[in-house]
Design a protein around this ligand. Structure first.
Ligand SMILES: *Cc1c(COP(=O)(O)O)cnc(C)c1O
Length: 346
């Protein structure tokens, strides 16, 4: 049986249409800024978010880390939620790459309020690292795919502007937020000083992220990318996959959200689930009661050709994506039902 891989939306493979676009790409040397396809992708993504310029990078970790380095100096501080990818899942990169410290906010499902952000900004006092950057994540991975609305972003942006602090977005799954909210990305450019977007999550490209911002910021970021060894010479083959993804794979994220909702409905009824974080996009995080240990539950799924991530004590994560077909969804629902202590065939 085919494996249904719900560990992450990073596992997708290029579709035939995407591969065709990649084969047909015009390329050049991007370190000389001469790759027409990378240049086109950078301009296209920047325009979508109301930004002046963009920078193509191999990963979202790199775009985030470049942004943090560009906005800070050693001995300054970044504010983010305690669950943030930049803090939890980038290998200590803030400290290593930027020599900056981090002020952690205990938000709600990965989301900080303007008051929480403001309360963590340091006063001008020799004892404290000066606050230089606030970083939001949209959608919030560890928050189970919860998202900020434009109104919430605007309120945090207002605090940052008033205090003279830069605002960065880790938008690895920002398209999921935009599709779910129905909002237009172009307004983001008014609120953020930099935006990182991933092409290799729900959008289905094999590789690639973009860092978006003002021209001067992107120029500085290009230098940092060079230092990190992130310039890809004839990377246009990869950028072509990114352009294809932006043109074909955004609206369909609603499909992934629908599938995540169906999984949520099944889990809410299951006798082995304590709670499910209410599903808003393509991530389903739930807590098991004592009927299963998380590793045993994940193993039981594996025996039924389903892969999932163990996500902390008794926590499990499913992520839906474009390689999860309707048939696979039906199979997942049946297995989740079967794992109940008492079940009737559906
Ligand atoms: C996946 C992800 C990233 C970047 O990951 P890469 O694997 O380095 O591309 C950044 N932020 C969040 C929230 C993510 O989920």
């Amino acid at each position: 049986m085919n494996i249904t891989d719900l560990r992450s939306d990073t596992v997708t493979k290029p579709t035939p249409g995407m591969l065709q676009a990649m084969f047909a790409a015009q390329v050049g040397d991007d370190v000389y800024e001469e790759d027409p396809t990378i240049n086109a992708l950078e301009q296209k993504a920047a325009a979508m978010f109301g930004m002046e310029a963009g920078l193509f990078c191999p990963s979202g970790t790199m775009t985030n880390q470049i942004a943090i380095k560009a906005h800070t100096e050693p001995m300054t501080e970044v504010i983010c939620d305690v669950t943030a990818h930049i803090y939890q899942y980038e290998g200590g990169g803030i400290m290593f790459n930027s020599g900056a410290s981090v002020a952690l906010v205990h938000g709600e499902r990965g989301k900080m309020t303007p008051a929480q952000v403001e309360a963590h900004i340091r006063p001008d006092n020799i004892h404290y690292p000066p606050t230089r950057l606030v970083a939001l994540e949209n959608t919030c991975n560890k928050g189970g795919g919860a998202f900020y609305t434009l109104e919430e972003i605007a309120a945090i942006s207002e605090v940052c502007k008033r205090q003279g602090i830069a605002l960065h977005l880790d938008g690895a799954r920002v398209f999921n937020a935009l599709v779910a909210s129905g909002e237009d990305a172009v307004a983001y450019g008014n609120y953020f000083d930099s935006i990182s977007i991933c092409l290799s999550k729900g959008l289905g490209a094999p590789v690639g992220s973009l860092l978006l911002g003002k021209k001067e910021f992107v120029k500085k970021s290009r230098r940092i990318r060079k230092v990190l060894g992130g310039g890809i010479r004839q990377g246009g083959y990869l950028a072509a996959a990114g352009i294809y993804a932006l043109e074909n794979n955004i609206e369909r994220l609603a499909e992934d959200h629908r599938k995540a909702k169906e999984i949520e409905s099944m889990l809410i009824q299951a006798d082995y689930v304590e709670y499910v974080l209410p599903v808003q996009t393509n991530i389903v995080i739930f807590k098991l009661n004592d009927r299963y240990k998380d590793v045993d539950f994940v193993a039981a799924l594996a025996e039924n050709s389903i892969r999932a991530s163990s996500f902390g004590p008794q926590m499990v994560r499913f992520v839906t994506h474009l390689d999860v077909s309707d048939d696979m969804l039906q199979h997942v629902l049946q297995v989740l039902h079967k794992l109940n202590k008492t079940h009737v065939a559906i």
